[in-house]
Design a binder for this molecule. Sequence first.
Ligand code: NAD
Length: 481
Amino acid sequence: MTLDRDAFYINGGWAAPTSTQTIQVVSPHSEQVVATVPEGTPGDIDAAVAAARRAFDEGPWPRMTPAERIDVVQVFSGLYAAKLGEMADVITAEMGSPTSFSNLAQSPAPWMQIEAFLGIARDYPWEEVRTGVLGTPVMVRREPVGVVAAIPPWNVPQFTIMSKVVPALLAGCTVVVKPAPETPLDAYLMAELLQEAGVPAGVVNIVAGGRETGEHLVAHPGVDKVAFTGSTAAGRKIAAVCGEQLKRVSLELGGKSAAIVLDDADLAKAVEGLKFTGLMNSGQACVAQTRILASRANYASVVDALAEAVGGMQVGDPMDPATEIGPMVAQRQQERVEKYIALGQEEGARVVVGGVGMPEGLDRGWYVRPTVFADVDNRMRIAQEEIFGPVLSVIPFDDVDDAVRIANDSDYGLAGTVWTGDQEAGLDVARRVRTGTYGVNTYTMDFAAPFGGYKASGLGREFGPEGLGQYTELKSIYLES
Ligand code: NAD
């Protein structure tokens, strides 16, 4: 079966591209071309925004009741559930996520998001009547924000598309999705499911392309709101454009999160957890907790246990179910991670496992060796900058106050965990760390609760009723008693 495509999904059908430019999707494992698809240009974006604008201004979708929209999204959810395996395989093929991770986070989790948002939408106060200060009634309505530009990154493409498209649909918005050039293929599969589910023409439009295509979409006057997930650098530029135009904007950006291991933690359990929180998706995760904070008293034990665990991880073919670390998405990402590993050594950190160079037994593919650094100072660049690869830094702390101080000494504020035998002590730490999400002895994202970042990790929240609220405008209608 070929994954090649020659059209964009615009206005409910397959639209010919306005140019002959193409994107070659290359397997990060085999370095072979997986598929060729058209590359979106500003002209294609114009067509997609025009379709979304028409569907919003004149089409049925925003005028349907929330219950009618819920019914359509419920059909989409059922169709999506039947394609979880195929979706996971497509994502592993295009960006190299280990299949064990793809079959957890790349397609089941997006489907769980759909179901969670459906539940939230059923109970959502779309229209409520309050008693005003003078005793007269006032109606508060939540109306769709309009045409939404949804811009996801490549690392968890469906996860970051669903968190935007589903609440946008339920709120009555119309959407233009611009998938990243590394991962256009999963969005085609999604388009087929939306079409089959009966989502009306123009309600979701999909044009994959690079940065310039994204910039054109963000600045387009036909767009009312931008929902972006990606790097902090791109987020700042997007926020500036939206600020100038007073467009609504939500941003899910980078992170450099800390996991704090308290002395009373069950070390074996903590290390199992740290392997996941630090190295999930081969370390290509915004929530990756790549700073491991251990007390000076317990430091050597934590370093040794981590070194043994990470040194034993299986690196290789992402389609092998036993693989724990796959390739980096692209050669440039492999080079970037290796540069950081070399930089850490120059900064005086000590490699206890891994290092620069291809993992043993591999001679092609964009692989790096999972690496653990010890003797890391939080001021080092490897502790401050997002590496986006399988590189952990173990940083010593004096006491709990010092651990909290180090965790907070970051431009970012997205995630974090504390590992402890005392849940109350863990909660105390959780309350003091300035991040949008936190875990005590676990880090399982919950779609019932808001997700997002403090500081340079973003603006606004996804998931939960708060995430649905990002796609609504509030209107107050004053009534006579
Ligand atoms: P990126 O910022 O380079 O690109 C993300 C997307 O934005 C891509 O589709 C890209 O084509 C587009 N884009 C880039 N510059 C743009 C601009 N100026 N205007 C409009 N569109 C633009 O990021 P990436 O390398 O694809 O992804 C990795 C980054 O994403 C990491 O920093 C990671 O932490 C972050 N991320 C954050 C979350 C989160 O929820 N907080 C989730 C996943 C990834």
